[in-house]
Design a binder for this molecule. Structure first.
Ligand code: ATP
Ligand code: SKM
Ligand code: MG
Length: 172
């Protein structure tokens, strides 16, 4: 039993899982900086994510993602909403764990489709067949999180409360 915010909270999960929305809710309860990794990458590079993908390719984007995580270490603990692909690089995991407790927002494929709409601003969401393959491929990676939370059974506020309740009851 302890302050659920104390170690920071890092949200992982697929596109549309609600990471950015729930992170903002957590920010109302935890007196910690709230950071969105996608926005941090855009801020550091001065380019949008679609521009990075288009001009430099996915590998360059992944490198920027790892560098952005490293750049946040001196601000830990924090509330961090990650991008859906951050779990793909093994070297990102120890960085995520230094930034906070890693919480997976688990949602179904049907919810992803409903929530991402046209997929605008998400370069990997343009081809729905490849997107579904990516979703299935990533599921076992997300399950490596410290905590798994149902990301579709409630409002963003109730999901944030669920996270805080479960972290509160974790062993110190
Ligand atoms: N619990 C919820 N119930 C209903 N809608 C939600 C919920 N959480 C988020 N949404 C909506 O789903 C959409 C996607 O949410 P959000 O942008 O927070 O996802 P994300 O995980 O950050 O996605 P990405 O990885 O693409 O950044 C938004 O329109 C948001 O308002
Ligand atoms: O799931 C992914 O690989 C991505 C998700 C977005 O949040 C962005 O990080 C980017 O579009 C890649
Ligand atoms: Mg987001």
């Amino acid at each position: 039993m302890s302050n659920p915010c104390k170690n920071g909270i890092v949200l992982i999960g697929f596109m549309g899982a609600g990471k950015s929305t729930v992170a903002a809710e957590l920010g109302h309860s935890c007196r910690l900086p709230v950071i969105d990794l996608d926005q941090e990458i855009e801020r550091r590079s001065g380019r949008t994510i679609p521009e990075i993908f288009e001009h430099s390719g996915e590998e360059a984007f992944r490198q920027s993602e790892t560098e952005a995580l490293r750049g946040l270490l001196d601000q830990a603990p924090l509330i961090l909403a990650t991008g859906g692909g951050v779990t793909g690089r093994a070297e990102n995991w120890p960085l995520l764990r230094r930034l906070g407790r890693v919480v997976y927002l688990r949602v179904s494929w049907e919810t992803v489709l409903l929530r991402i709409g046209s997929g605008q601003g998400r370069p990997l969401a343009r081809d729905r067949v490849r997107l579904q393959a990516l979703f299935e491929q990533r599921l076992p990676l997300y399950e490596e999180a410290d905590l798994v939370i149902d990301g579709e059974g409630g409002t963003p506020a109730s999901i944030a409360r669920d996270i805080l309740r479960k972290l509160y009851w974790e062993k110190a």
